[in-house]
Design a protein around this ligand. Structure first.
Ligand code: SAM
Length: 216
């Protein structure tokens, strides 16, 4: 058996009270997402966002790409860790949540770091590839149906020392159960099998709903 302590809400509260404080606008987005009810589960966890911030800071990354912006929690967290001249390219097909996210970015005075694209992920990534763009950190967190395609684009768009992060790769624990085979679980299982066979460095971290980190 591996040695991991259980992380319950008490432990999460303890972690938050002994670590970097959240930015007021991060808190505001969390509160807003909370008000959305069930949809709030779309947002990455606070610990995952902390991990992204850590990666950006220690590696001195300058550019990020996110596929699946939603109301901006993960994007803003990344922006806050980038240097002043850092840039984020944030893609989401939903104009309504993109506008909500932009409003939060403005409130945090981070909007100048953003290019927000309202588009289907695949179309937007094709365009970036055509324009020979490169990114230091790429976060994949949109529709699970396209994860393999997003990943293949991400490999091409990744800078030499860059990292690709993929959310939901443990899919509420369902991926390790051979008896659970609904459509989305199958998609994530297929994606994890695909990555496993790829000649790329990778770890699946049990953070949030499962966070895979890959690099060349
Ligand atoms: C899980 S949420 C992203 C959560 C966000 N990263 C956060 O932590 O707050 C997924 C987002 O992907 C977007 N999305 C779904 N399918 C898409 C597609 N085909 N192209 C672009 N965006 C898509 C949805 O509109 C939604 O906002």
């Amino acid at each position: 058996m591996d040695k991991n302590i259980p992380i319950d809400q008490n432990m999460i509260d303890y972690i938050f009270s002994h670590t970097e404080r959240l930015h007021p606008i991060q808190k505001k987005i969390l509160k807003y997402n909370e008000s959305l009810g069930n949809i709030k589960r779309l947002q990455i966890s606070i610990l995952q966002a902390n991990f992204l911030q850590f990666l950006i800071k220690v590696n001195k990354f300058k550019s990020c790409l996110e596929i699946g912006t939603f109301t901006g929690y993960s994007s803003l967290s990344m922006a806050l860790s980038l240097p002043k001249n850092g840039k984020i390219y944030a893609i989401d097909k939903d104009i309504k949540t993109n506008n909500i996210a932009l409003n939060f970015f403005k409130q945090a005075n981070m909007h100048n770091k953003f290019y927000i694209e309202t588009n289907n992920g695949i179309y937007a990534l094709k365009k970036l590839l055509k324009n020979k763009k490169k990114f230091d950190l790429i976060l994949i967190d949109a529709d699970k149906e396209s994860y393999i395609e997003y990943f293949n684009f991400a490999i091409e768009l990744l800078s030499k020392k860059g990292l690709i992060l993929i959310d939901n790769t443990l899919w509420k624990g369902k991926v390790s159960n051979p008896e659970i085979n609904d459509k989305l679980t199958q998609k994530i299982k297929k994606f994890n099998n695909y990555i496993q066979k790829k000649k790329i460095n990778k770890y699946i971290l049990p953070l949030g709903d499962g966070f895979t980190v890959c690099w060349k």
